[in-house]
Design a protein around this ligand. Structure first.
Ligand code: SF4
Length: 355
C-alpha cells in the first residue's frame, strides 16, 4: 500500500470521526479537557464488555464515586454493589486497588506513562495504551480487537496467528503520527458502522478504494459449543423471611460477591452434596421446579436450587449472613445470585399461601 493511499485513508477516517463518531459520556472531543479518571473507569468497564452494556453502569458508578479519592476511600462491598450485574468482578476489585495505589504513591494523579500504567492491577497492554492516548494525548498505538481486524482487512491478511509485534508494525503503517487516539477511536466507531465483524459493508464503505480486503470467506456466526457445569444451590430460609447468603472466596469465579450457598461447580451432572448441612431425617426438602441456567463466557452453569426450612437443619457449617429481600440490596450479588433469590422467594411465597 503506497503512501498516497495511506494519507487518503487517514484523511477519510479523520473526517468520518469528525462527522459521525459516537457520542459517549466518557469521550470529550477536545482531549485537553478529558478527565483521566473518567477514561480509567470507562476503559476498565469496557474490558470484555460492550459499549451498550457499560453506559448505564458508567453513569451510576460516577455518581457514587465521582473521583479517584472517593473510589480509593470506598468500601470494597460498595464498589462491588455498583458493579453488580456488569460481570468480571475482579475488574472492580483491581480498580479499587489501583485507586488506592495512585492516591498513596502517585500524589493522587493518574500517571500518563504507559509503562507506569501497566504496573497497576488489571491494566495491560491495551488499557494502558488507551488511557495514555485518550486521556493524555500520548501518541500510542491503541489496538483492540476491532482495530486489529481493521488492520488485517486493510492489508488483506487472513491469519489468526499474526504476532502482536507484526500487528503493531502494520498499525504503524496506517496510524498517523499525530492524534493517534482519535484515529483509534475512529476505527472503533467505524467497526461498529461499516467494518463489522460478521458482515462488513464493503460496497458502501468510504474506504473501499483504499482497502485491499478481498473477503475471507463466509462470516457465518459460529456458535461455539460451551462447556456445561452443574451445582446445587441451597436456599435456606426461616420463619421471619430471612435467608442465608455467604461471600464467595476471592479465588473463585465471582469471588468477593455474595451468593446463595452452592456446591462446587462441576462438569459432572451428578452433583455431590456439599456436606456442610445436615437435615432432619424425616424432612424432604423440595427443589425449585426451574433449573437456573446462567451463561458465563466459557461455560453454561445449571443450578438446581434446594429450598430448605432453617428449622429442619440439624447441623449447619455455612458461615454467612441472614438477610431479607430488602437488606440483600446492601450486598454485592451477581445476576446469577439475583435470579436464584428471585425465583426462590417466589417459590417460598407461594408455599406459604398454601399453608
Ligand atoms: S472496505 Fe470493507 S473491509 Fe475494508 S474497511 Fe471498508 S468495510 Fe472494512
Amino acid at each position: 500500500m503506497n503512501n498516497i493511499r495511506i494519507k487518503i485513508l487517514q484523511r477519510k477516517m479523520k473526517l468520518y470521526y469528525k462527522k459521525s463518531s459516537r457520542v459517549l459520556p466518557w469521550r470529550i472531543k477536545n482531549q485537553k479537557n478529558q478527565d483521566p479518571y473518567k477514561t480509567l473507569i470507562s476503559e476498565i468497564m469496557l474490558q470484555q464488555t460492550r459499549v451498550k452494556a457499560v453506559l448505564d453502569y458508567y453513569k451510576n458508578f460516577l455518581k457514587k464515586f465521582p473521583d479517584l479519592k472517593s473510589l480509593a476511600l470506598a468500601n470494597e462491598n460498595d464498589i462491588l454493589i455498583a458493579w453488580s450485574g456488569l460481570g468480571y468482578y475482579r475488574r472492580a476489585r483491581n480498580l479499587h486497588k489501583t485507586a488506592k495505589i495512585i492516591i498513596k504513591e502517585y500524589d493522587s494523579k493518574i500517571p500518563s506513562d504507559k509503562i507506569l500504567l501497566m504496573k497497576f492491577p488489571g491494566i495491560g497492554e491495551y488499557t494502558s495504551s488507551a488511557i495514555a492516548s485518550f486521556a493524555f494525548g500520548k501518541e500510542e498505538l491503541v489496538i483492540d480487537t476491532n482495530v486489529e481486524r481493521f488492520i488485517k482487512r486493510i492489508f488483506n491478511i487472513n491469519s489468526s496467528k499474526l504476532s502482536p509485534i507484526r500487528i503493531k508494525e502494520l498499525g504503524e503503517i496506517i496510524f498517523p503520527k499525530k492524534n493517534r487516539g482519535d484515529f483509534a477511536q475512529a476505527i472503533m466507531d467505524f467497526s461498529n458502522d461499516y467494518c463489522t465483524k460478521l458482515s462488513p459493508k464493503c460496497s458502501s464503505c468510504i474506504l473501499s478504494k483504499y482497502c485491499d480486503y478481498k473477503g475471507f470467506g463466509n462470516y457465518k456466526k459460529i456458535k461455539l459449543k460451551k462447556n456445561k457445569k452443574y451445582c446445587i444451590s441451597y436456599f435456606i430460609y426461616d420463619s421471619k423471611e430471612l435467608f442465608l447468603i455467604r461471600r464467595k472466596p476471592i479465588e473463585e469465579i465471582l469471588g468477593g460477591m455474595y451468593e446463595v450457598p452452592s456446591s462446587i461447580w462441576q462438569s459432572n451432572e451428578k452433583i455431590a452434596d456439599m456436606g456442610v448441612i445436615k437435615l432432619d431425617k424425616s424432612y424432604n426438602p423440595m427443589f425449585l421446579k426451574k433449573t437456573i441456567k446462567h451463561e458465563f463466557s466459557h461455560f453454561t452453569l445449571f443450578s438446581k436450587v434446594m429450598i430448605i426450612k432453617k428449622e429442619k437443619i440439624i447441623k449447619n457449617n455455612i458461615k454467612g449472613k441472614w438477610v431479607d429481600k430488602n437488606t440483600i440490596k446492601t450486598y454485592p450479588i451477581s445476576n446469577l445470585t439475583k435470579k436464584i433469590i428471585d425465583y426462590s422467594l417466589e417459590e417460598v411465597a407461594s408455599l406459604r399461601k398454601f399453608l
